[in-house]
Design a protein around this ligand. Structure first.
Ligand SMILES: Nc1ncnc2c1ncn2[C@@H]1O[C@H](COP(=O)(O)OP(=O)(O)OP(=O)(O)O)[C@@H](O)[C@H]1O
Ligand SMILES: [Mg+2]
Length: 403
């Protein structure tokens, strides 16, 4: 510890120097100019005992100069003075002194005060070091988080590309079937038509051949038609997968009445099979989201229940229950139909997974729902089911989607 004593009185300077010598390394000077010289030397003192009344530059001026220099602006300064009036003491503190000792001083008191301020200084420096270290660590963590975030984004991107690749392969595969059948059947039709034209040209066309041709033509054109419709439906579904955010309009709406509207729009479908749909939702839940996307989800879930959960003539109960969890809406959808087997439950959100292939299922419904919930509505969806006890879908949505 380096202590600087500044005092013009010889005796007091000597006493202080000796006193401070027992605490650390001590230098004693007799005027303000020398005090500044010593204070700005390297390393600067750790503490300065500064007399106020000195010929030439007084203690206050020295203090001001020290405070305005970066190397000494935090150095603890203890003023020494025979002046005990409040103004002088206050002025000393205002100029940035840490303490004020009146002369004549008690040796023990000076020592104790110096020690206290040296300890305080040390503690302050340690705190600063620790803060610096902490800031450095925070910066490092920030950098690491940023790197992690970037690799996560890259991963998501490559995952997306991979699933896109799979999807394209799937699309090609799915469309190939109806289009392939269409090609075979239509080439058959071409052959048959050529034959009948040839017979006609040679005047060899019989009535029975013509009747047969008509029957075959009708059958093949019907086949071509249904397969083209199938291909068309597939193309429509594929378009929906890339559910583009811009086609959906976002707004605030009352959830309960909107859900009721969706159910009303599906009534013709539900009536045919005598199914019951109950919506259990508080009237006052208002959400800011994409109503179109929500309608698409509910409609798809209901169509799935109609298609997969119940046999013909069976009367089903479909329940929609809405509750709040913090700022999230929990929408639970459940039917009491056949349910989904444990080996299938992990696959239902995969594109093209269907148990109704060739019977009206493409296996895209739940995949589209999954994408819509996560990408557009910024929520999540899970499914639980026990065979024979129906399927339950739990959808979590934020009450309001950030811009
Ligand atoms: N409510 C349900 N009850 C029982 N099984 C279901 C239910 N919903 C979906 N599934 C099962 O999940 C599969 C995938 O459903 P998804 O909606 O993705 O395809 P899909 O209905 O078969 O065909 P698409 O919806 O493309 O016409 C279904 O084939 C069916 O096996
Ligand atoms: Mg479906």
């Amino acid at each position: 510890m380096k202590i600087l004593v500044v005092d013009d009185e010889f005796v007091s300077r000597m006493i202080l120097q000796k006193l401070m010598g027992s605490i650390g390394e001590c230098e004693a000077v007799e005027n303000g100019e020398d005090a500044l010289k010593s204070a700005f030397s390297n390393p600067p003192p750790d503490l300065i005992l500064l007399d106020i009344m000195m010929p030439g530059m007084d203690g206050y001026t020295v203090c001001k100069r020290l405070r305005s220099d970066p190397s000494t602006k935090d150095t603890p300064i203890i003023f020494l003075s025979a002046n005990t009036n409040v103004e002088d003491i206050t002025k000393g503190f205002e100029l940035g002194a840490v303490d004020y000792i009146t002369k004549p001083f008690q040796k023990a008191e000076v020592k104790a005060r110096v020690r206290t301020h040296l300890t305080l200084k040390q503690m302050r420096e340690e705190m600063q070091d620790k803060n610096l270290l902490l800031n450095k660590q925070v910066d490092e963590i920030k950098e690491k988080t940023e790197r992690l975030d970037q690799s996560r984004k890259r991963l998501v991107q490559s995952e997306k590309m991979a699933s896109l690749g799979q999807l394209v392969a799937g699309v090609a595969h799915e469309i190939n079937t109806p289009v392939g059948i269409g090609i075979t059947v239509s080439s058959h039709l071409v052959d048959q038509t050529r034959e009948i034209i040839a017979a006609f040209d040679k005047n060899k066309m019989t009535k029975s051949a013509l009747t047969q041709y008509f029957a075959k033509t009708l059958e093949t054109s019907e086949l071509i038609f249904t397969h083209l419709v199938q291909a068309g439906d597939l193309v429509r579904s594929f378009k929906m997968i890339s559910a583009d955010q811009t086609v959906h309009e976002r707004r605030s709406f009352i959830l309960k009445s909107y859900l009721d509207d969706i159910i009303v729009s599906l009534r013709p479908k539900l009536k045919k099979e005598l199914h019951q749909v109950t919506v259990n939702c508080r009237e006052d839940i208002e959400i800011n989201s994409y109503p179109g996307a929500l309608a698409q989800i509910i409609t798809n879930l209901i169509i799935n229940s109609l298609l997969h959960a119940y046999s013909e003539g069976e009367e089903g109960n479909i329940r929609i229950h809405v509750s709040m969890e913090g700022t999230d809406v929990i929408l639970e959808y459940g039917d009491d139909g056949k349910g989904i087997s444990p080996e299938n439950i992990d696959k239902i959100f995969d594109p093209f997974f269907t148990t109704k292939r060739g019977k009206g299922g493409t296996g895209l419904g739940l995949h589209i729902i999954y994408n819509t919930v996560t990408e557009i509505l910024k929520g999540s969806i899970t499914c639980e089911s026990t065979l024979g006890q129906g399927a339950r879908f739990r959808i979590r949505l934020p009450v309001s989607i950030a811009e």
